[in-house]
Design a protein. Structure first.
Length: 224
């Protein structure tokens, strides 16, 4: 398997999104400069990221859009279906269950789990909501290798421990707490409140900058 840095792996989905858009517009070849501009990185970075994937580009010509799209799809493991369970069927879990882009990339939501009796037994976005106490059974029945945690922070670690014990090796957590897992388990953390806090910081700093001086409008016939 191709050895890639975590930073490169994090950029590959961005390249894949751009390539998908180019393919949809019937673009057949894209240069590293064009791909870099669309992905928001430098051309040299694009070339370094894509070099380990094999000979996908032609110097002076560019990358074959379809071929590179297929190669990145293969490297990212998106040529197969990935069964996913979501633990937490509140507003966030429901939104994630209905997110169409998951299925487009091969991530198939198989079930949602929750402790709320009002939600258990209902169907959300076509997916059944199972009781949380059946987590291990649901993971086994669906063959889920990826789980999404959308629970309150206080419940996240206990849910994570149960998922790991049930054999789930990849976890995407939206709970704003640090999850402790064995070295063999991969966890990706998405803290929405932290991201908004960073935006608030930059917004406050931007608001504190002095307004740009606007040149006085010239009066026709006045001094130059």
């Amino acid at each position: 398997m191709t050895e890639l840095s975590e930073a490169t792996v994090a950029r590959l989905p961005v390249y894949l999104r751009v390539l998908s858009e180019l393919a949809a517009s019937r673009t057949r070849v894209v240069s590293s400069d064009e791909l870099a501009a669309l992905a928001g990185v430098g051309p040299a970075q694009v070339r370094r990221d894509l070099a380990p994937l094999g000979p996908n580009g032609v110097r002076g010509v560019g990358y074959d859009v379809d071929a590179l799209q297929r190669r990145i799809t293969d490297v990212l493991g998106l040529t197969r279906e990935w069964p996913v369970v979501i633990v937490g069927a509140g507003h966030l879990g429901q939104a994630l269950a209905g997110y169409a882009a998951f299925a487009e990339r091969g991530f198939c939501i198989r079930a949602l789990l929750d402790t709320d009796p009002a939600l258990v037994g209902t169907t959300i976005a076509g997916h059944p909501v199972e009781p949380a106490d059946r987590l291990e059974e649901v993971v086994a029945a669906t063959g889920a290798s990826i789980a999404v945690i959308a629970t309150p922070p206080a419940a996240a670690q206990a849910v994570c421990d149960r998922l790991v014990a049930a054999g789930v090796g990849s976890i995407l957590s939206f709970a704003p707490v640090l999850l402790v897992v064995p070295p063999a388990v991969d966890v990706r953390q998405v803290d929405l409140s932290a991201e908004l806090t960073v935006l608030a910081f930059h917004g406050q700093r931007r608001d504190a900058l002095p307004a740009e001086r606007v040149p006085a409008e010239r009066v026709p016939g006045g001094d130059a």
